[in-house]
Write a protein that binds this ligand. Structure first.
Ligand SMILES: *[C@@H]1O[C@H](CO)[C@@H](O)[C@H](O)[C@H]1NC(C)=O
Ligand SMILES: *[C@@H]1O[C@H](CO)[C@@H](O)[C@H](O)[C@H]1NC(C)=O
Ligand SMILES: *[C@@H]1O[C@H](CO)[C@@H](O)[C@H](O)[C@H]1NC(C)=O
Ligand SMILES: *[C@@H]1O[C@H](CO)[C@@H](O)[C@H](O)[C@H]1NC(C)=O
Length: 777
């Protein structure tokens, strides 16, 4: 089956190149007509070939260190000139050979056209569009996160070289997916701080790390939106006015970890502060969060940028300051370096004149911005002579990149239900397939938001049609107010099997659009149930969505033996779905977020940021770490066509924490020990597991190591210490090793935000295995 669909590829590329050459003709005709030439060369500074004088400037001297070059440059600029480098649409300084630069580009899951810094044209009509991040996260494969980042940065550099992209990309989004209603949950790696941290560090490294091992940046990534931002627009509360009330404990053990890992492990070149207020202070005006934590504690090597127009929002919507100059001064003094928008460009000079902020603070801010551009090679003259100089349009949408897009989708897709091993469908037994539903033949829906133009699309219908004879009925659109049920029933009754592809799209969940409930839109559930009743063969329900849905009705319906969640699976989504449905790929994705029942939204206002339950009010808490109520599916759920078993080979039963003499816990009874350097030395241990694939299909399997700490400090009931994905041939086994650092991994954050290792029994879980570890002094 796989070969059938691969054989189709050449035909498609012929069509594609015909349409490219047509658009090239059109393009030149059009632009010649109005006398504008399309830009096909990169923007860069220090072009000594056009101005030999530039060789005299220290900032153009590649042999000097970044800091020296930056201070040389800043010294040469007037205050007015410096201020033009505080905004995304930065100024040019012709006398110094510095052209205009647009800082705003995006590359969430492929080079994107969102953001004015990047465009597609006849020269590069599309870029590889990987699955939306929530599905990639479901692969739980850190090398995949990095591999995708690497392809994206190669395509970005290729587009930069022909003047179509910038070098600074405001991706990834690593906010915790706290509430299933959040319209931007799709952009994130899910609800777990550990998974989000690993995603952040690996995707960033994939984007940034230089291909030749030097310390230069390939492109600059940006972890956003710092912090505790995960509400867009819910029942009249929007992100521009929302004040997130966050406890110290939730802040440090839920909202901050992905950003911390992004900076410390990913070495990211930028952090973006968010629109919302946190405990009364706008994130971009909070000196503790910016200068204190990101710059001070984590030592960001790069720049802090404000979400687009958020400095304006601070003044005009949040009325946090009395004057615009005050807003400019406060944000810069808090540690902001760059404004996406024009506010700082307009009001900073007056802020300096009024004495609200000293020019040295402007120097500091632009220095971080310039240093980033230096590390990108922007001041090194023509980039086509540099490390990535050979990259160009031929390196975008290569067969290899597009294969990775398909591979990423199949690694992420989650098998949620598979009664009687209905899947995979056997292509010898199933001769006809009814393909039904609003998302059954979609293109754009598959790529979610912060998208680019993909290389090409394979819709689910097209993917399935490549394997078997199909009939098609849309049934309804996503809103599904008036389904054409009879038509759909008719084809289901005639086919050997039925695939229903339902779910959401950007009209249901998106930036600026949170959901108010968790049910499938409109009459989708009715369509599913009615079609299932009428169908002749087995029914496969496929949910295409970012957030989870209450699909308990389908989970309970014996007429629906199989359910798959496919996220927004990217340009090759349809091919990946067919790979799984027909068994050329063994599913291995696991849910990166809990799927709650509809009753959840009645109990939990989206505006309540608390992760922990509150028995006094009946508030049930959030995420698998704290929530104790009923779920439809939970974090980590996902089946395979094989069965995997775990056997513990090595794990300690006892861990003694060495305390210095005279430590208070020697004499009084302590529930936990502070995580301090001294106690934490040599507190790492190994856990070894034997994992067996007892099934008849080879496949990949994610081993999750969870721990339930002793019930002190409102600790999570369970949290993920680590995960490891392994590939195993059928009937084979392998060893999986975890290195556990007691202070880092076993610790919990207490009520005032300090890390502690709880004393007592920590129960480690892997699948059905449970192992008790006694931690004592
Ligand atoms: C280079 O410097 C000389 C001397 O200052 C000046 O006359 C000339 O215009 C400069 N060239 C450019 C291209 O700026
Ligand atoms: C920016 O470039 C424009 C167009 O080349 C030029 O007119 C203008 O003087 C430049 N601005 C500065 C500050 O050099
Ligand atoms: C499926 O979608 C493709 C791409 O948009 C379109 O060309 C084709 O006609 C559609 N097929 C059906 C059966 O609607
Ligand atoms: C993880 O992803 C990489 C890149 O696609 C792939 O080569 C590898 O096989 C995957 N690992 C597992 C265990 O599936």
């Amino acid at each position: 089956m796989a070969s059938t669909s691969q054989n189709r590829v050449p035909k498609v590329s012929v069509l594609l190149s015909i349409s490219i050459s047509i658009s090239i003709y059109f393009f030149f005709f059009f632009f010649n007509g109005v006398g504008v030439e399309a830009q096909t060369s990169p923007v860069f500074a220090c072009d000594v070939s056009s101005n030999p004088n530039l060789t005299n400037y220290g900032f153009c001297d590649k042999s000097l260190g970044v800091d020296k070059r930056v201070s040389d440059l800043v010294k040469r600029l007037t205050l007015q000139e410096k201020i033009t480098f505080l905004v995304d649409s930065a100024g040019n300084v012709s006398r110094l050979g510095i052209p205009k630069y647009e800082w705003w580009s995006e590359a969430l899951h492929g080079v994107s056209y969102v953001g004015p810094g990047t465009h597609f044209s006849a020269l590069v009509p599309g870029a590889t569009s990987f699955p939306q991040v929530i599905l990639t996260a479901a692969s739980f494969n850190t090398s995949l996160f990095r591999a995708i980042g690497k392809v994206v940065s190669t395509e970005a550099r290729a587009m930069y070289n022909v003047g179509l992209a910038g070098l600074t990309f405001w991706s990834p989004n690593v906010n915790i997916f706290r509430d299933p209603r959040w319209g931007r949950g799709q952009e994130t790696p899910g609800e777990d701080p550990k998974l989000s941290s690993k995603y952040a560090a690996n995707y960033v490294r994939g984007l940034q790390d230089s291909d030749d091992g030097c310390d230069r940046l390939k492109v600059a990534a940006c972890c956003k939106h710092y912090t505790a931002y995960d509400l867009d627009n819910w029942k009249g509360v929007d992100r521009f006015h929302f004040d997130a009330i966050v406890t110290k404990q939730d802040m440090d053990d839920t909202f901050q970890p992905p950003f911390k890992s992004c900076v410390l492990d990913g070495n990211v070149a930028s952090v973006m502060c968010s629109f919302n207020k946190i405990n009364g202070i706008p994130a971009c005006a909070d000196p503790d969060l910016l200068a204190g934590v990101v710059r001070g504690q984590w030592k960001l090597n790069g720049y802090i940028v404000a979400d687009c127009d958020s400095v304006d929002v601070i003044y005009n919507s949040q009325h946090y300051t009395k004057t615009p100059e005050e807003a400019a001064a406060k944000t810069i003094l808090a540690g902001l370096n760059l404004d996406c928008g024009s506010f700082l460009g307009q009001h900073t000079e007056a802020a300096v004149t009024q004495g609200l902020v000293h020019e040295s603070a402007i120097d500091q801010a632009v220095s971080y911005n310039f240093a980033t551009l230096m590390r990108l090679g922007f001041f090194d003259g023509d980039p086509r002579k540099g490390t990535y100089g050979k990259l160009g349009p031929k390196d975008v949408c290569t067969p290899k990149s597009q294969k990775l897009a398909r591979e990423a989708a199949r690694q992420g897709i989650v098998l949620l239900k598979n009664n009687a091993n209905t899947l995979p469908l056997s292509s010898s037994a199933i001769k006809s397939l009814a393909v039904i539903g609003p998302n059954a033949n979609v293109t754009k829906t598959m790529i979610g938001n912060y998208e680019g133009t993909p290389c090409k699309y394979t819709t689910p219908f097209q993917g399935l049609t490549a394997s078997v004879a199909t009939t098609f009925s849309q049934g309804c659109d996503v809103a599904c107010t008036n389904p054409q049920i009879d038509d759909a029933k008719k084809i289901a009754a005639a086919a050997d099997a039925t695939v229903l592809i339902m779910g959401a799209d950007l009209s249901i969940e998106a930036e600026g659009r949170d959901r108010v409930d968790l049910l499938l839109p409109g009459q989708q559930a009715t369509l599913v149930t009615e079609v299932a009743k009428a169908s002749k063969g087995p029914v496969i329900l496929i949910i295409m969505s970012g957030g989870g849905f209450d699909i308990q009705f389908a989970k309970d319906d014996d007429k629906i033996p199989s359910i798959l969640w496919v996220g927004y699976p990217g340009e090759a989504g349809g091919a990946a779905i067919a790979d799984i449905v027909f068994g050329s790929y063994n599913p291995s994705g696991r849910l990166p977020m809990t799927w709650y029942p509809q009753s959840y939204v009645d109990k939990v206002p989206m505006t309540n940021m608390n992760m922990r339950p509150d028995p006094a009010t009946g508030y049930p808490g959030r995420s698998y770490r704290f929530y104790t109520g009923p779920t439809v599916y939970t974090f980590g759920d996902g089946l395979s066509y094989s069965q995997f078993s775990h056997h513990l080979v090595r794990a300690p039963k006892l861990l003694s924490i060495p305390l210095e003499e005279g430590h208070i816990c020697h004499t009084s009874k302590c529930k936990s020990i502070d995580v301090v350097q001294q106690t934490c030395q040599n507190l790492a241990f190994d856990i070894h597991l034997r994992v067996r694939n007892a099934g008849s299909m080879s496949g990949s399997h994610t081993v999750f190591l969870f721990s339930s700490p002793p019930a002190v400090h409102n600790a999570p009931q369970k949290h993920l210490l680590g995960f490891e994905k392994v590939f195993l041939e059928s009937q084979s086994e392998g060893i999986v090793r975890f290195k556990v650092d007691a202070c880092k991994d076993l610790s919990v954050v207490d009520e005032v935000g300090s890390r502690k290792v709880a004393l007592g029994l920590h129960v480690l879980h892997v699948g059905n295995l449970k192992h008790s570890l006694n931690v004592r002094i």
